[in-house]
Design a protein around this ligand. Structure first.
Ligand SMILES: Nc1nc2c(c(=O)[nH]1)N[C@H]1C(S)=C(S)[C@@H](COP(=O)(O)OP(=O)(O)OC[C@H]3O[C@@H](n4cnc5c(N)ncnc54)[C@H](O)[C@@H]3O)O[C@H]1N2
Ligand code: MOO
Length: 404
C-alpha cells in the first residue's frame, strides 16, 4: 500500500502544467504567472522627490541660510529650471528632481517667504530623493515563474506597463458522483435516497483554487451508466469521481476506468480517512477516484488532488505550509496508519497554535469538518500523543478562519 507521501509524490510527478494563455492584468490576479518577469525599465523611472518641499544643494544648506526660490516643479511637471549654487526650487512629491539639486528639504523644515526660503535644519546629500532605479533595475528578475499574483505583483506589472500576462489556463475538472442511492438536491426525495453533496463540495474546492468545475451529475452503480458518464468526463483535463471504490459488490468505478483505458497507478493509501482512494492516468489526463464518505472526499481532495491541480495551473508552491501546533488533550490512534485528524485551532495568549480534535473523527460526521480549521498529521508509527505534544498541521481554506 502507498504511503501518504508516496501517493502525493507519484500524483504530482504524473501531471504537467497546461498550455499558456495571455490574460488581462486583473484576470491574472490570484493566478500563477507562467514565466519569469524581468524588469523592462528602472523603478523609479527618474530621480524624484519623496516630499513636498524644496530642491537644494546640500552643501548650501547651513541651518538658518536663506535661499532665493527660482522655480517650481509640480508632480507630473516638466523640468524647466536648475538649482544653481545658493538657490532652491519648490518641488512636490513625485516631481522630477531638477539638475543641480542633491537633496530635498520638506516644507516642515523650512520657513517660507516671498520668493525665498529659510532652511531650518541640517540637510544631507540625498535626503528625500528617490533615485532612478533604486528600487528595481532594468533586467532584474523580479517575479519567478509560478508565483501567485497578489496585489503587490499586480502593482509591479502595472508599473511596467504590462497589461497582458501569461498564465497557465485554468484546469477544467469533470466531477462525477456515483451511487444508486444518490439524488440531486432539487429532486423529489425517495426512500433511502442520499443527496449528492460531494459534487458541490468538490466544485467549491475547485473554485477556491481557480479551477473550473464541470458537473457531470450522477452515475448509477452499473457498468453502462458509469461508462457513459466517465467517457464524457475523460474529455476534461481531469476527472474526479466520488464513491464506488471500496470493497462493495457494486463498486465498479475502477473496473470501468480500466476498460476506458485509464492506467491505474495505485489503489489505497495508508491513511485514515481516505484509504480506498485510487489514482490513474489516461494519456495526460489524471483520474482521481475518491472515497464516497463526504468527509473522505473533501480530505482526499485537499491532500492529493489540490497539489496536482495547482501544478497543472503552473503554480510553484503546491503544498500548504506545515505549522507546528500543540495538542491540548491526549489522542489515541490506530498504529501503522497516518491519520488526518480534523482539528479545531486556537491561538493562546502567547500566540502559539493550540489544537484539539474538532469532534468525532468518524468519516460519517460532517459536523467535525465544519468545526475544523486544520488537518493534523498523526504519524503511522505512533498510537498515542500526550497533551502538549507538538504536531504538524495545515490550515483548511483561508487563514482567516483564525481571524477575529
Ligand atoms: N468492507 C469494506 N467496507 C468499506 C471499506 C473497506 O475498506 N472495506 N472502506 C470504508 C471506507 S473507509 C470508505 S471511505 C467507504 C468508501 O466507499 P466508497 O468510496 O465505495 O463509497 P460508498 O460506499 O459508495 O459511499 C460511502 C458513503 O458516502 C455516501 N456518499 C457517496 N457518494 C456521495 C455523494 N455524492 N454525496 C453524499 N454522500 C455520498 C454514501 O451514501 C455512503 O454513505 O467505504 C467503507 N466501506
Ligand atoms: O477512508 Mo474512509 O475514507 O476512512 O471513511
Amino acid at each position: 500500500m502507498y504511503t501518504y507521501y508516496q501517493a502525493r509524490n507519484l500524483i504530482v510527478e504524473s501531471v504537467q502544467p497546461l498550455a499558456i494563455e495571455k490574460v488581462s492584468l486583473l484576470d491574472a490576479a490570484g493566478r500563477a504567472v507562467a514565466e519569469d518577469i524581468v524588469a523592462n525599465q528602472p523603478l523609479p523611472l527618474f530621480d524624484n522627490s519623496a516630499m513636498d518641499g524644496y530642491a537644494v544643494r546640500a552643501e548650501d544648506c547651513e541651518s538658518g541660510v536663506i535661499l532665493p526660490v527660482q522655480g517650481y516643479i509640480p508632480a507630473g511637471g516638466k523640468i524647466d529650471c536648475r538649482v544653481e549654487p545658493g538657490t532652491a526650487v519648490k518641488i512636490m512629491t513625485g516631481a522630477p528632481v531638477p539638475p543641480g539639486a542633491d537633496a530635498i528639504v520638506p516644507f516642515e523644515e523650512t520657513e517660507e517667504g516671498k520668493d525665498k526660503v529659510t532652511i531650518l535644519g541640517r540637510v544631507k546629500k540625498g535626503d528625500h530623493i528617490r533615485w532612478k532605479g533604486e528600487d528595481i533595475k532594468p533586467g532584474d528578475k523580479i517575479i519567478d515563474a509560478g508565483t501567485v499574483l497578489r496585489p503587490a505583483e499586480i502593482s509591479l506589472l502595472a508599473s511596467f506597463g504590462m497589461s497582458m500576462v501569461k498564465v497557465c489556463r485554468r484546469v477544467r475538472v469533470a466531477i462525477l458522483s456515483t451511487g444508486d442511492e444518490l439524488q440531486e438536491l432539487d429532486e423529489l426525495r425517495f426512500e433511502g435516497g442520499i443527496i449528492n453533496s460531494n459534487s458541490w463540495a468538490l466544485a467549491a474546492a475547485l473554485r477556491e483554487i481557480g479551477a473550473e468545475p464541470l458537473m457531470l451529475g450522477i452515475a448509477r452503480d452499473n457498468i453502462e451508466s458509469l461508462r457513459e458518464k466517465m467517457r464524457d468526463g475523460l474529455q476534461a483535463d481531469v476527472l474526479i469521481t466520488s464513491a464506488g471504490v471500496s470493497a462493495g459488490d457494486r463498486d465498479y468505478v475502477r473496473e470501468v476506468l480500466e476498460e476506458l483505458g485509464v492506467e491505474q497507478k495505485f489503489w489505497k493509501i495508508n491513511i485514515k480517512p481516505g484509504k480506498p482512494t485510487a489514482f490513474g492516468m489516461r494519456g495526460d489526463t489524471p483520474v482521481f477516484s475518491l472515497p464516497g464518505n463526504p468527509v473522505s472526499t473533501m480530505i482526499t481532495f485537499e491532500e492529493f488532488v489540490r497539489p496536482a491541480l495547482l501544478k497543472m495551473m503552473g503554480h510553484r508552491t503546491l503544498y500548504k505550509p506545515l505549522l507546528k501546533a500543540r495538542l491540548q488533550e491526549p489522542v489515541k490512534k490506530k498504529y501503522d496508519r497516518l491519520q488526518l485528524m480534523r482539528v479545531a485551532v486556537e491561538l493562546n495568549d502567547e500566540g502559539e497554535l493550540m489544537i484539539a480534535s474538532a469532534g468525532d473523527q468518524n468519516t460519517g460526521i460532517l459536523r467535525t469538518m465544519i468545526d475544523a480549521q486544520a488537518i493534523a498529521l498523526l504519524a503511522p508509527d505512533r498510537d498515542y500523543y500526550a497533551a502538549g505534544d507538538s504536531l504538524d498541521i495545515h490550515l483548511l481554506g483561508a487563514a482567516t478562519a483564525l481571524g477575529y
